[in-house]
Design a protein around this ligand. Structure first.
Ligand SMILES: NC(=O)C1=CN([C@@H]2O[C@H](COP(=O)(O)OP(=O)(O)OC[C@H]3O[C@@H](n4cnc5c(N)ncnc54)[C@H](OP(=O)(O)O)[C@@H]3O)[C@@H](O)[C@H]2O)C=CC1
Ligand SMILES: O=C(O)C1=N[C@H](C(=O)O)C[C@H](O)C1
Length: 275
């Protein structure tokens, strides 16, 4: 039986690495009510998501059909929220569906193009619905980005290295792209060439992100999520590094996003805008 004063939450990608953490965090939050768990893993259909993530029954079955679960989030007094940690291939359609059903998306899934984010913003605007897309929910990453923005005023040379587990579908990471975007927005031209360069092996110098800032992606088992922003000038190197050692680090940001998205009108890209 739903409590009408709680924010109804649907978790999409509920059985994934991030989805499992979100289920636990939502189940423990006294102002939120888990009303749906979506995952397309056929082996888990109909199973209680609480049992799946190891916290005991929550009386919420894992279902594959997002739209039928979204309906559950529209039946309460307070507008529902869909948290999405799925896959770059499905996230755009998931967000469109949530908005169409009047459910507010909180999106951690990366891999959306700039054009797709723009389209979703237009769609949210037309529907007068809040939507949050955040490539990273960890406070340490947001602080790293702020430090990088400050540092780039004093350094003309910068490159980004991101390191992730080898199950990651997209490269570079959404966080690395967002970091480069924030530096590019400072309006500087970075990395003036010192000599004429030739790439002997294609890709050796990384891919060029926003602001022509090189981004290097490493994928290895044993890693979780890590990023370095390296600034150089004659005689010094300034490196800012963030390491994720447990996916629990994202949960305070995800819960903040859920609580804030219900007050938003339109799309916000980046959790730093809600701090
Ligand atoms: N913003 C942030 O702070 C963070 C963002 N991420 C991003 O979140 C996303 C998910 O990461 P992670 O949890 O590690 O990935 P996982 O692969 O562990 O989990 C994704 C889950 O979603 C399921 N799934 C995939 N597509 C769909 C779909 N269309 N509908 C329903 N379920 C689906 C998968 O099922 P199956 O395995 O059967 O395919 C899987 O259970 C990635 O894009 C990642 O980059 C990750 C960490 C932090
Ligand atoms: O896939 C991951 O794991 C992560 N993805 C996000 C990204 O692409 O930036 C956030 C974090 O780096 C973990």
């Amino acid at each position: 039986m739903a409590n009408q004063d709680l924010i109804p939450v649907v978790v999409n990608g509920a059985a994934g690495k991030m989805g499992r953490e979100v289920i636990k965090a939502v189940a423990q939050a006294s102002d939120l009510q888990l009303v749906g768990a979506v995952d397309h893993n056929p082996a888990l259909q109909g199973q209680d998501i609480g049992e799946v993530v190891g916290i005991g029954p929550l009386e919420v079955p894992v279902l594959a059909d997002l739209q039928s679960v979204l309906v559950l989030a529209t039946q309460e007094k307070i507008q529902g929220v869909m948290v999405d940690f799925t896959h770059p291939s499905g996230v755009y359609d998931n967000v469109r569906s949530a908005i169409a059903y009047g459910v507010r998306p909180v999106v951690g899934t990366t891999g959306l193009s700039e054009q797709q984010i723009q389209d979703l913003g237009d769609f949210a605007e037309k529907a007068s619905t809040g939507c949050l897309i955040a490539p990273n929910f960890a406070i340490g990453v947001l602080l790293m980005q702020q430090a990088a923005v400050q540092a780039c005023q004093y350094f003309d040379h910068v490159e980004i290295i991101e390191l992730h587990h080898n199950q990651k579908a997209d490269a570079p990471s959404g966080t690395a792209i967002k970091t480069a975007q924030m530096l590019a927005e400072m309006g500087k031209t970075f990395n003036p060439a010192a000599v004429e360069e030739k790439e002997i092996i294609a890709g050796a110098k990384g891919g060029l992100g926003p602001g022509q800032i090189p981004i290097h992606s490493i994928r290895l088992p044993g890693l979780i999520a890590h990023q370095e922003v390296l600034f150089g000038s004659p005689g010094q190197l300034y490196t800012i590094r963030h390491d994720t050692t447990d996916r629990a680090c994202y949960m305070p940001g995800v819960l903040l996003g859920i609580r804030k998205v219900v007050e938003l009108k339109g799309l916000v890209y980046g959790l730093e805008k809600l701090l």
